[in-house]
Write a protein that binds this ligand. Structure first.
Ligand SMILES: [Zn+2]
Length: 166
């Protein structure tokens, strides 16, 4: 099957005109520690492709839905992500700097993959003030206090916030 993220850019390079491309398809193995794009979910790229000399600049957004587990209470959480991109495709591309352009064709999949991996949450929370599980009895403290532990110490919340900040 033809890769739906592959775009022929000969017209863009020759006419000098900007062209908008919206493409959607599944991309395999999109996951980080903490969350993933579920199998069967499409990633959407919405890009303006502009000629820059013999190169093509892609500007726009990459969107996808994700799911993961709340890092405090392990409840299932889901959301959507949007990455803003501005990348260059060129012949003789530099790994990590630009993306390849070959035979008047570019492949938007590596760009989409990089953008999604960057945006996937590594430590998702079901809600900002999730109380998590009791470390002693394992009860979900969001559904009420358990009998074995005192209420969470506010000082821990501060530490937690510091950790969230990175
Ligand atoms: Zn939670």
């Amino acid at each position: 099957m033809k890769n739906p993220f592959r775009v022929n850019v000969s017209m863009i390079l020759r006419s000098g005109e900007v062209r908008r491309e919206v493409r959607r398809a599944e991309i395999a193995d999109l996951f980080v520690t903490g969350s993933e794009v579920p199998v069967g979910t499409e990633v959407e790229v919405d890009l303006a492709l502009a000629p820059v000399g013999q190169a093509v600049e892609a500007t726009g957004t990459v969107r996808a839905r994700w799911q993961g587990d709340c890092r405090r209470c392990l409840r299932r959480v889901a959301g959507s992500l949007e990455g803003v991109v501005r990348e260059v495709f060129e012949e003789g591309h530099e790994e990590g700097e630009t993306y390849p352009l070959r035979h008047d064709e570019i492949d938007l999949e590596p760009l989409a993959r990089d953008a999604v991996l960057l945006e996937l949450p590594q430590a998702p929370l079901c809600q900002e003030d999730c109380l998590g599980l009791c470390p002693d009895c394992g009860v979900d403290r969001n559904s009420g206090p358990c009998s074995c532990a005192p209420p969470p110490d506010p000082r821990w919340a501060v530490l937690d916030e510091l950790r969230d900040g990175d």
